[in-house]
Design a protein around this ligand. Structure first.
Ligand code: 13P
Length: 287
């Protein structure tokens, strides 16, 4: 059964480790992530962007697929199904469809409007027992057409949003979605520290988990980050393994590629990436 992310993140914050959010795009990714979490006895959050939701036929299909896998793969570790960077309408649609967690990204609105919309969604999530992530200060890079400049959040605005009763807070600290450019200045630990001072026990979320050096990840966890999002790194490992398989031309005997064999190396590559991240984040054995 899907669970809200609240308990797993409260435990992570207290235990000084982070739970990974791995984005899903299809059946193979989902299966790989769930099997790895079960094998490593790690809690896990499955992230779904609005674009990925559309690609997978809509949120109800996603909920049906994930619930089916939890049962048929005998998954016993805590799993949350979470909308990633949701719009106000997207958040409502996911609540309706049966997600156990949502992110409302109101960071592009003026702070008053972000507060207003977040407050309304907090009330709905509270009533239904779902977790909710809010964002202050946009994350840089581009994800599903949403472009951010990588700004650092204002700690006072973070407190305003945290006080609305959200479960977790994503605060921009110079992090970027996708690959970091060569001239990236690194995470702003000064901002993170100030946000953590203002928001106390609130689990903080680090987006753009791909390509952040290990020591920075560990320092961020020590300063209150208890959820880390990873997408691009799974994409890169999946693509590389698939490309190698096609180049080797193994199934080309007049029948084209066997679709199951074609996607198997990519699925294995995702397992390896997820394992590496769970070990780095310290969530292994914490289920
Ligand atoms: P990356 O694609 O950089 O791993 O970021 C993922 C993310 O933050 C999803 O919200």
């Amino acid at each position: 059964m899907l669970v809200s992310a609240k308990e797993m993140l409260t435990k992570a914050k207290a235990g000084k480790y982070a739970v990974g959010q791995f984005n899903i795009n299809n059946l193979e990714w989902t299966k790989s992530i769930l099997l790895t979490a079960e094998e490593l006895k790690s809690p896990v959050i499955l992230g779904v962007s609005e674009g990925a939701g559309k690609y997978m036929c809509g949120y109800k299909t996603v909920v049906g697929m994930v619930n089916g896998m939890l049962e048929e793969l005998n998954i016993t570790v805590p799993v949350a199904l979470h909308l990633d960077h949701g719009s106000y309408e997207g958040a409502k649609a996911c609540i309706e469809a049966g997600f156990s967690s949502i992110m409302f990204d109101g960071s592009h609105y003026p702070i008053e409007e972000n507060v207003e919309k977040t407050k309304e969604l907090v009330a709905i999530c509270e009533e239904k027992g779902l977790s909710i992530e809010a964002e202050v200060g946009s994350i840089g890079g581009e994800e599903d057409g949403v472009v951010g400049a990588g700004e650092c959040a204002d700690p006072n605005e973070c407190k305003m949003i945290a006080d609305l009763g959200v479960t977790m807070l994503a605060a921009g600290i110079g992090n970027i979605h996708g690959k970091y450019p060569d001239n990236w200045e690194g995470l702003s630990f000064e901002t993170l520290d100030a946000v953590q001072q203002k928001t106390g026990d609130m689990p903080l979320v680090l987006h753009g988990g791909t390509g952040i050096p290990e020591d920075m990840i560990q320092k961020a966890i020590s300063l209150g980050v208890s959820k880390i999002n990873v997408n691009t790194e799974c994409q890169l490992s999946f693509a590389e393994a698939t490309r190698k398989y096609i180049e080797a031309g193994k199934d080309l005997e007049g029948k084209g590629f066997d679709p199951r064999k074609l996607l198997a190396p990519g699925a294995d590559a995702i397992k390896a990436t997820v394992k590496e991240k769970m070990e780095l984040f310290g969530s292994v054995g914490k289920a």
